[in-house]
Ligand binder design. Structure first.
Ligand SMILES: Cc1ncc(COP(=O)(O)O)c(C=O)c1O
Length: 371
């Protein structure tokens, strides 16, 4: 039978299963359980933030974070153009306007030199999203925003455990968000986290994830919130996964390096290298960009799929999303880098259990097609 390589297989360990089973047996299965609080505590320690608030997923984390910092209609929020749509939606759902910035072709993060020009007297916040495994230069971003009352929301969903200048990604933002979806470095199936040092943001996040129940009269609610709670079962899995994160990071970096060694020889392919100018690569995914104008990622994906190699296309840029047409403030800017990446970029299988010989075979197939 032909071998099939999925783009991702979640890394669920025997220890995860044991811990989750234990929790299920003691009947703490909804959100009000000891593992939820312990997961938040341990995650805070790991990221080095005072408070962590677990939520249903990374999109929910962004929505709650944006409301917690009081984004309102009329506000503008700077976001990357090359990113997950959750960044834009968290702004739009509060009636505010996302202001996108194109990405850099080398590291795929937002072009920070463009930030200054995007700031207006309506700018309330910026979402800094670390894309596909590289950190943004957080110190330089902070320098650009110095003395401006602009809140930094750091979306570290894709880089859990990556350090920038010896500090954890997710520890730089005034408020930071994470995702524990099945393809992340740690997973709870679905799940997310918000971290902050600010006690007011923390209090708002706790209220907002739990329907803003009244303090005096429980069912007389204090604001329009959500039920975005995580379950105790998920938290148990998260705790077990967090114990294993260093092993996962080491393996993922190894996988990325093995691909890089072979595919970077191909002059028609660009990859984020293992070490960039400003950040190391934690390889959330192993992305490649085709440098041949007549060969799109779609074409390559189709060919690879036929021989059992599943891939995923890169993000579709915000400026091209038809559903966002009436919501973005594009400032008449161009977004040609994100458009290029979305047309010519895809990512390859990079799951934890992938073997060296599989990587060599997959990379060889890519090289045979893109030549
Ligand atoms: C950068 C980034 N932020 C947020 C999310 C949303 O996370 P979730 O899928 O848990 O809602 C993702 C999803 O992959 C992401 O890549």
């Amino acid at each position: 039978m032909k071998k099939f390589y999925p783009v991702n297989i979640p890394n669920v360990t025997i220890k995860d299963i044991k811990y989750v089973s234990r929790v299920m047996k003691n009947s703490w299965i909804s959100s009000d359980g000891p593992e939820v609080r312990l997961f938040e505590k341990k995650f805070s320690k790991f990221i080095n933030k005072k408070y962590s608030i677990s939520v249903a997923n990374g999109t929910a984390a962004l929505e709650i974070a944006m409301k917690a910092i009081n984004i309102k209609p009329g506000d503008e929020v700077i976001i990357p153009n090359f990113t997950i749509i959750s960044n834009a939606l968290s702004v739009i759902k509060l009636g505010a306007t996302p202001v996108p910035i194109d990405c850099d072709l080398k590291d795929w993060n937002m072009i920070i030199q463009k930030i200054k020009n995007k700031i207006s007297n309506k700018t309330k916040a910026i979402i800094v999203t670390h894309i596909y495994g590289y950190s943004n230069p957080m110190d330089e971003i902070k320098k650009i925003l110095k003395n401006k009352k602009i809140i930094i929301v750091e979306d570290a969903a894709e880089v859990i455990g990556l350090k920038y200048k010896n500090k954890m990604c997710g520890s730089f933002g005034d408020i930071s968000t994470f995702s524990f979806y099945a393809n992340k470095h740690i997973t709870t199936g679905e799940g997310g986290m918000i971290s902050t040092d600010n006690p007011i943001f923390k209090r708002r996040c706790v209220e907002l994830r739990n329907l803003c129940f009244g303090k005096k009269d429980r069912f007389n609610h204090t604001d329009i919130g959500w039920n975005y709670r995580i379950t105790n079962i998920q938290a148990a899995m998260g705790l077990s996964q967090l114990n294993n994160i260093n092993k996962v990071i080491k393996k993922k970096i190894n996988i990325g390096k093995m691909y890089y060694k072979i595919l970077s020889q191909n002059k028609f392919i660009y990859m984020q290298p293992p070490k960039g100018e400003k950040s190391n690569n934690i390889y959330w995914v192993v992305g490649i960009v085709i440098l041949k104008k007549n060969y799109t990622a779609k074409k390559l994906a189709k060919k690879l799929n036929k021989i059992g190699i599943q891939t995923r296309p890169f993000f579709y840029p915000m400026n091209k999303q038809s559903i966002l047409k009436n919501y973005l403030n594009k400032n008449k800017d161009n977004f040609k880098n994100s458009e290029y990446l979305s047309k010519y970029g895809l990512y390859l299988p990079s799951y934890f259990s992938l073997k060296k010989k599989d990587i060599e075979w997959i990379a060889k197939q890519v090289n045979n097609i893109i030549c």
